[in-house]
Design a binder for this molecule. Structure first.
Ligand code: EPU
Length: 452
């Protein structure tokens, strides 16, 4: 598998453009099937999760064209409603197909998503929502079947604030009879993005961005063009990496409001953050100050940036305390950071970080997407060379992060293992065999869906 090799200690400088939001994209692509005619989704990030979702839609019978961030989806009446584990395990957000197929065809059977490297990932709140709308649920041999002759709008109170359940219920309710009211709904930017998309297809969703969302079902949804919002987490990752390296970077194509919780913490740490339209400039002169962070649903500090900011805090002055309230196992990056010289103690859901003078480069392994982003940040500030393996996790969610960082002056190289083996004089057959084995080994290490 490919690796990143980073030589640290170079402040990031220049301008970088943020791509479309991964978590909005993986909801918008299946939602495109709700329309009766062609839907065009723009500003999609060119990342593996998006490629995989496009392939799933094709398997289901839709016509899908994807080029340069623009996906054209033509739904087909002969859509396949049964999606086996082999197909959906590749992307966790395949659970959105439950809401979509239920709304459009009244029937969906999909392999249940498993746990993953950041914690258990139940979907009980999705199920509760579908049941409230009148659907029957059967779970058998790892598959979940959701069926309804007719969906009828209903009040639904979510027991936990869940992004996935909020979106899935919005999707299912978009064509239900009457009014659905979701209380204690998630407020993340991609919830608002989904409401805008459904409305552009002719739906009727109100209140997205607050904790009460009202969806009045409509009979038909039509084609439209929808532009996905910029990626809040990618933008935050560049803000953190710039701050950590003592850089000066202008980040383009952002919605600064979405980044308020990150901006606030960076300012508290001693970083200068300036906003101007859809640009954010980050200027930093380390050492930074220690800060305490508690991850929370939006507009709180996002769990998806907890790992990258942990890397930044490893060299901040003093003691930082991080409390992870969303995912119970989202501290797998800590052991890798410790191998680079970080002083971190994890107790339950809390990480106590004692700032050290300097990190030193080491071979490390990404265990999930944002752990990968944390290790890149650590590699950028460390003395010497860091080699990050398992970067397929990073490629799932960041578009060409190595190229973007190189554009900011980082010393980062993608090392293709196939090229390496070829240099070592291996034959094509040996390389193919070796690559296959490497995949098997990784799957065995990280069972279930290691995805976001
Ligand atoms: N939860 C339940 N029951 C449910 C659903 C969720 O108990 O039915 C719990 C979860 O166990 C968790 C909390 O509620 O403790 C929040 O989970 P949520 O449903 O909001 O997460 P998600 O929709 O599965 C999305 C993102 C994640 C991000 C979380 C939280 C996508 C595809 N994924 O996951 O993104 O961490 O929201 O903001 O939108 C990432 O991008 O790296 C990533 C992991």
């Amino acid at each position: 598998m490919d690796k990143f090799k980073i030589k640290g200690k170079k402040p990031l400088e220049g301008r970088v453009k943020v791509s479309g939001a991964k978590n909005a994209a993986v909801a918008a692509i299946p939602a495109g099937l709700l329309a009766d005619d062609e839907v065009i989704i723009e500003n999609l990030p060119m990342i593996n999760d998006v490629f995989v979702y496009g392939d799933i839609l094709k398997y289901m019978g839709a016509e899908v064209l994807f080029n340069n961030g623009v996906m054209k989806i033509k739904p087909n009446i002969h859509t396949i409603h049964h999606l086996p584990y082999e197909l959906v395990k590749k992307i966790r957000a395949s659970y959105y197909l439950l809401g979509v197929l239920l709304a459009k065809y009244g029937d969906a059977e999909i392999a249940l998503p498993g746990g993953c490297n950041i914690g258990t990932r139940p979907i009980d709140q999705h199920i509760k929502g579908f049941q409230a709308l009148g659907a029957k649920i059967e779970i058998d041999q790892g598959m979940i079947r959701v069926r309804a002759k007719e969906l009828i709008g209903a009040p639904i109170y979510l027991d936990v604030v869940s992004v996935g359940a909020t979106i899935n219920i919005m999707l299912a309710a978009s064509k239900a009879k009457g009014l659905t009211v979701i209380e204690n709904a998630a407020k993340e930017p991609h919830i608002v993005d989904m409401a805008n998309f459904i409305n552009a297809m002719g739906g009727n969703v109100k209140g997205a961005g607050t904790d009460v969302i009202k969806i009045r079902g409509v009979e038909k949804l039509h084609g439209c063009t929808h532009t996905v919002i910029p990626d809040q987490v990618e933008a935050g990752t560049f803000m953190i990496a710039t701050a950590a390296t003592g850089g000066d970077v202008i980040i383009e194509n952002v919605i600064p409001k979405h980044l308020d919780p990150i901006t606030a913490k960076l300012i508290e740490a001693g970083v200068i953050v300036e906003e101007n339209g859809d640009l954010i400039r980050v200027i930093s002169e380390p050492p930074l100050n220690a800060v305490n962070i508690k991850t929370l649903p939006y507009p709180g500090f996002p769990t998806d940036l907890q790992q990258p900011i942990t890397a930044l805090l490893t060299t901040a002055k003093g003691t930082s305390i991080i409390t992870e309230t969303i995912w119970e196992s989202r501290f797998k990056h800590v052991d890798e950071l410790k191998r680079m010289g970080a002083d971190i103690n994890v107790e339950g859901r809390t990480a106590i970080i004692q700032g050290v003078e300097e990190l030193s480069g080491a071979p490390v392994k990404a265990t999930d997407l944002r752990a990968g982003a944390a290790l890149i940040t650590a590699g950028l500030i460390a003395q010497g060379e860091t080699e990050i393996s398992c970067i397929h996790y990073i490629d799932r969610g960041y578009e060409q992060i190595d190229k973007k960082l190189k554009g900011l002056g980082a010393n980062i190289e993608r090392i293709s293992e196939a090229d390496q083996k070829q240099k070592e004089g291996k034959t094509r057959g040996e390389i193919a065999n070796w690559t296959k084995q490497e995949y098997v080994c990784l799957e065995a290490e990280a069972p279930g869906t290691p995805y976001s």
